[in-house]
Every structure is written in structure tokens, then in C-alpha cells.
Design a protein around this ligand. Structure first.
Ligand SMILES: [Zn+2]
Length: 64
């Protein structure tokens, strides 16, 4: 699974679900990061107060 990190808004998207509704359009390219490391995502959430994007998360719930 690939993640898309918005460092400006401190939000984490799932790359395959991320879209206009996620609101990262204003985030500059140098504040965007892609990773497939779940450990890194976990670290951002628990230590840096990042949060999962509600839109990407809801898509995942529907699929599951
Ligand atoms: Zn999103």
C-alpha cells in the first residue's frame, strides 16, 4: 500500500484513493511525500500528530 503524506496539513492519504476532495491541492510539491512504509506512517500519527485523511479512510472502510 502506498501512502501520500501532506506535510502542510499533516494529513496522510492513501495514494490510490487521494483526490480533489482531500484538499491537498494547495500543498506545494516540496511538502508532499510518498511512502509505502507503514512504520513511518505510524510514527507520524503517534509522534507528530498527523492524522489519516477522513476521505481516504472512509473509502478504505467501504472496501473492507
Ligand atoms: Zn485523502
Amino acid at each position: 500500500m502506498n501512502y501520500f503524506i501532506d506535510h502542510k496539513k499533516k494529513q496522510i492519504h492513501q495514494r490510490q484513493h487521494a483526490g480533489d476532495r482531500c484538499g491537498f491541492v494547495e500543498t506545494p510539491v516540496n511538502k508532499r511525500e510518498f511512502t509505502d512504509s507503514a512504520a513511518y506512517i505510524e510514527q507520524l500519527i503517534t509522534q507528530k500528530m498527523y492524522s489519516m485523511c477522513v476521505y481516504c479512510r472512509s473509502v478504505q472502510i467501504i472496501i473492507e
